[in-house]
Design a protein around this ligand. Structure first.
Ligand code: C5P
Length: 294
């Protein structure tokens, strides 16, 4: 987190990647029980908050025009929720969001922005809230907000709010691809044909990329078939990734962003270059997952 003397706090809202996502049950309120192995990418949106004379919210970046700047935006809902809890300290603030992540695309853009807003405003307003308190507030904004607050390799259970951090996890060179399709998460969950899948296999200590891939091959993304039905063009994204000969290719979250893992950064960069040449209009990014402490 970058804090400057002019009372600005800036931070990255990273892309969230569900390396594996098992749907293990359904709650009475309709939410689904998940078991998901999640990492965060170095690539994401940029959020900055500055003390100001009056509240404002501005958007920029390649996907900035696709989002409402009104108080339905998760960033402003996060601001308002934190302000309700800590009224006295919550002075007016100018918030700017540089949107680099495609909207409604399974890599947690909105949730990650909300988590970044909670962290940035907590710092700007000097609010002494623990991660657990912020996560409880974040859960009211969306099931993925608590995991985005953690921002490091983790297993998420429950509806996503029961989080177990993974102490050490290898850095994963990867490419993210989205062909422009937007996917409605509630529709994907509604289209599931079964919700009683087995949980993820117990996670052994994973110290190398090869071990991560061997583990992931025993897992799945149980939302994939439902997303394929609702948005068949996702098959094109997946095939394009497979054509680059990655170690593994899979969809993240409810899609439509797909990711692929590569043996090193050079292989990920080369795959991204090839994909961009073939599909100049697609979102294609070579990045890697963050490791603890980075
Ligand atoms: O919590 P969030 O608003 O991000 O979730 C969007 C929708 O996705 C929910 O309204 C629900 O339909 C579905 N969902 C679910 N089970 C989860 C997370 C989300 O059914 N664990």
């Amino acid at each position: 987190m970058l804090a400057s003397p002019d009372h600005t706090v800036s931070l990255t809202a990273p892309a969230k990647i569900n390396l594996a996502l098992h749907v293990t049950g359904r709650r009475d309120d309709g939410y689904h029980l998940l078991d998901s192995l999640v990492v965060f990418a170095r690539f994401g949106d940029r959020l900055s908050v500055t003390k100001a004379a009056a509240d404002s919210f501005t958007l920029s970046g390649p996907y900035g025009a696709g989002l409402p700047a009104d108080d339905t935006n998760l960033v402003l809902r996060a601001r308002d929720a934190l302000r309700r809890q800590h009224g006295g300290r919550a002075t007016p603030v100018a918030i700017h969001l540089e949107k680099h992540l495609p909207i409604a695309s399974g890599i947690g853009g909105g949730s990650s922005d909300a988590a970044a807003a909670l962290r940035a405003l907590g710092a700007l307003w000097d609010i002494d809230a623990s991660l657990t308190e912020l996560a409880a507030l974040g859960l009211l904004l969306g099931a993925d907000v608590p995991m985005c607050l953690h921002g490091e390799a983790l297993i998420a259970r429950g509806i996503g709010e029961k989080i177990e951090r993974i102490a050490a996890f290898p850095r994963l060179p990867m490419v993210l691809v989205n062909n422009g399709v937007t996917v409605s998460t509630p529709q994907v969950f509604s289209a599931l044909t079964r919700c009683d899948n087995p949980p993820l296999p117990a996670l052994p200590p994973l110290t190398s990329l090869a071990e991560v891939c061997a583990y992931l091959r025993q897992t799945d993304n149980h939302l994939f078939a439902a997303t394929q039905k609702l948005a068949p063009s996702i098959n094109g994204s997946m095939q394009a990734l497979i054509d680059t000969n990655p170690l593994l290719a899979r969809m993240s979250g409810s899609g439509g962003t797909c990711f692929a893992l590569y043996s090193d950064d050079a292989a990920a960069d080369a795959a991204a270059r090839r994909l961009r040449q073939r599909q100049p209009a697609w979102f294609v990014v070579a990045t890697s997952s963050t490791m603890e402490g980075n």
